[in-house]
Ligand binder design. Structure first.
Ligand code: GAP
Length: 442
């Protein structure tokens, strides 16, 4: 973990947030390379969900959430962790995360601590008008259920996908970006006919394992954990967690839950007219019937299968898998990030051999522009004149190819293309570069 954290800071992936004022605990910023990696991971998820499935639509809902949403969702009453104080070191911990140095007799009885952040809405700060910062992106998918159906004519089974920030006032944020107070989720709510839920859950577990494999996290490195009944979230009938061996231990990367009809039914008006199977609070505020009609005209509240993944945890897993320290012989080593090319923050670096040579630099710019125009991600021209250093830096940040432009390039329109993983260098014609480049980074 220490090596990863150091690399992330040194190369501009991830910084402690608010660092100039001593930081803010449990909050991180993504630097120039981190933002590219994050966008690439989110794009890969979006593509696999929304673009590759005609039965899935996207959504981008608000972070500020009407308290009624989180009252009826059950978050106001249940979204809490047990907290204890240590009378000896004067610190607070989540009851299941007390460090071994704190003695049992020094701990207070656990108290429930609600994890939701509140903020004031409007100009009067008297507590009468507040909103929550959403603790999961899911709830606004449920509240938009009817809007999406009405505007897209979707019929079950279908899904709504969303990527966005979520906030939790974690008692003990820890392990770098693993457990933080501000993070992003990639969530799908997939609505199915009751009775088809169990099969749908199994199918989504398999699809999600395949997706992580495609991001460079092998299926063999993910353990499936059937969450025991007494640990299930209040809405869940069954949850399968994808557990990954993070640098600090085996922990949840993604959860795939069968949320039954709990959420839609909870947010629905006229609940008595619906055949609701879960135990929900009577809703006195909703103006929408969160149900669909079958061919006979009977109302059905769909069941929901929810694959929910954390972006930060995904990034940590992907970086952990990609990070390799390679022995080059003669006591030399190199650090290389063997990221899948579609995730690499920079796809290609163009390195002019001589930084002050106008012809070489002009040709380098032309090469950069021609590759950049393909729209496959960031291509960078690095005019330092130090090719060796450039190769080392780009190995460390996972750039799949470096392209060197030299004196020969001006004579015969060729360049050297160097592969990150094999370190092979091949001379190719500039006219053939686009095709070669496309094949290397696809
Ligand atoms: N909508 C369901 C839901 O929010 P969750 O298991 O609480 O379920 C889903 O969260 C995912 O969000 C987790 O698998 C994890 O990847 C990520 N996540 C949750 N809390 C987090 C935190 N404090 N910091 C970073 N990621 C977190």
């Amino acid at each position: 973990m220490d090596e990863l954290v150091a690399l992330c800071k040194r190369r501009g992936f991830i910084f402690q947030s608010n660092e100039v004022y001593g930081g803010l605990q449990g909050v991180y910023d993504f630097g120039p390379l981190g933002v590219e990696l994050k966008n690439n991971l989110k794009n890969a998820w979006w593509e696999s969900m929304v673009y590759e499935n005609d039965d899935i639509e996207g959504l981008d809902s608000s972070i500020l959430t009407n308290p009624l949403v989180l009252k009826y969702s059950g978050h106001e009453s249940t979204f809490s962790d047990p907290m204890v104080d240590c009378k000896s070191c004067q610190k607070r911990f989540r009851a299941d995360q007390v460090p071994p140095e704190c003695k049992k007799e020094d701990l207070t009885e656990p108290r429930q601590f609600n994890l939701m952040f509140k903020t004031n809405v409007g100009p009067i700060d008297d507590g009468s008008s507040f909103a929550y910062l959403r603790p999961e992106t899911a709830q606004q998918i449920f509240t938009n259920f009817k809007n999406v159906i009405d505007s897209t004519s979707k019929q079950i089974p279908f899904g709504i996908a969303q990527i966005g920030k979520a906030f939790r006032n974690e008692i003990t944020p820890r392990n770098f970006i693993f457990r933080v107070r501000e993070f992003e989720q990639m969530e799908l709510e997939y609505f199915v006919k009751p009775g088809n839920d169990e099969q749908a859950l199994d199918e989504w577990v398999q699809k999600r394992l395949n997706w992580w494999r495609d991001q460079g996290v092998p299926i063999e490195k993910i353990e499936l954990y059937n969450v025991p009944t007494d640990e299930l979230a209040h809405y869940s009938k069954k949850t399968v967690d994808l557990m990954y061996m993070f640098p600090h231990g085996l922990e949840e990367l993604e959860g795939i839950a069968n949320r039954t009809d709990f959420d839609l039914a909870s947010h629905s008006k006229k609940q008595d007219e619906l055949n609701i199977t879960s135990n929900v609070e009577k809703n006195k505020h909703s103006n929408s019937k969160m149900a669909v009609q079958d061919k006979k005209g009977d109302w059905i509240v769909p069941y929901v299968i929810e694959p929910s993944a954390g972006v930060e945890r995904g990034i940590l897993a992907v970086l952990n898998e990609a990070f390799v320290e390679e022995d080059l012989g003669d006591g030399k080593t190199r650090i290389v990030l063997k990221l899948k090319p579609h995730l690499s923050p920079i796809k290609a670096a163009i390195l002019p051999l001589k930084k002050n040579n106008e012809e070489i630099v002009t040709l380098s710019k032309e090469v950069k522009n021609s590759l950049q125009k393909l729209g496959l991600g960031r291509v960078i021209l690095e005019n330092t004149g130090n090719i060796g250093k450039g190769y080392r830096r780009h190995d460390e940040i996972g750039t799949p190819v470096c392209i060197t432009v030299d004196f020969e390039s001006i004579e015969d329109s060729t360049v050297t293309i160097r592969d990150r993983d094999s370190m092979d260098q091949v001379r190719v014609k500039i006219s053939e570069l686009t095709e070669i480049y496309k094949n290397k980074i696809k």
